[in-house]
Design a protein around this ligand. Structure first.
Ligand code: BEZ
Length: 270
């Protein structure tokens, strides 16, 4: 396999998918494991075959990479968070993990399939990312991806923006952190690059959060910390308490917190 210049070291290349979030691997594994637990369903859709060469794009702490590897496939996990990759390497030392950007990667030794769960909504350079996927796939080859779709977490987002404005932080409320496309938007980009889209669905999946007490607060601290930049800690606490209280009637059910996730799942072939 030929390495791009960024593959030889552990520096974060110019990519986007960890920007804006506090990627604390232990916290991620402990309080946000729902992210990759749900992804097991997507691995079933991928249906990896023994010996297939597969890329796990945005592998995080490597759990799904290991699930794919357990099928006998030959898998590589990439992520542009050094912390996540270090954690993945410790947890699964037998597997290949590399620090790479989702919008700037290339593997000369191409893949039979590219898999990505809950990552691509962080990638603002979507055309570049799609181009990287296309170039790194064999022909025939497939991508099996799932990300936040149009209107994802709109209840959480609106409540957070409302409280930020109320507390005097309208600029923070304008933070543009994620890309949640519709089916039409994303499949058009894939088709433009040459992919044939064979399946696409946008569906609601309210997602139970791990923390029963402060699920929404923990979710925002982990994934939405960019909205809180420059705000004093005590004010952040007031804002987050208010957001969580305001969401109680809609996202707290049977003593559990839920996030109002909407997923975009796509299968496409080269
Ligand atoms: C998601 O999986 O939909 C998601 C995760 C973190 C931040 C935003 C969206």
């Amino acid at each position: 396999m030929a390495l791009t210049s960024s593959q030889n070291n552990n520096e974060i290349p110019n990519g986007k998918f960890s920007e804006g979030a506090l990627w604390n691997p232990d916290l991620y594994n402990d309080k946000h494991s729902f992210v990759f637990k749900f992804g097991e369903d997507l691995v079933a859709v991928l249906n990896p075959q023994p010996g297939e060469r597969i890329l796990d794009l945005g592998c995080g702490t490597g759990y799904l990479t290991s699930v794919i590897a357990n099928t006998g496939a030959d898998v590589i996990g990439i992520d542009n968070s050094m912390e996540m990759i270090a954690n993945a390497r410790t947890a699964y030392p037998q597997l290949d993990f590399q620090v790479q950007s989702a919008s700037d990667f290339y593997f000369e030794d191409r893949f039979d399939a590219i898999f990505s769960n809950a990552v691509l909504h962080w990638v603002h350079e979507k055309e570049e990312c799609i181009d990287c996927m296309y170039k790194s796939l064999k022909k025939p080859g497939r991508i099996v991806i799932e990300m936040g779709g149009r209107d994802n977490i709109e209840k959480i987002l609106k409540a957070l923006q409302k409280s930020l404005i109320k507390h005097g932080f309208p600029e923070n409320a304008l933070t543009s952190l994620w890309y949640f496309p519709s089916v039409g938007e994303y499949t058009a980009l894939l088709e433009k690059r040459g992919f044939k889209v064979t399946f696409a669905v946008h569906y609601e999946r309210e997602t139970k959060l791990n923390d029963n007490e402060n699920g929404i607060k923990e979710w925002i601290k982990m994934f939405g910390s960019a909205f809180l930049r420059g705000i004093d800690n005590d004010v952040i606490e007031s804002i987050l308490n208010e957001v969580q209280n305001n969401l109680k009637s809609v996202l707290y059910k049977n003593e559990h917190w839920y996030a109002d996730y909407k997923r975009l799942r796509v299968i496409a072939v080269k």
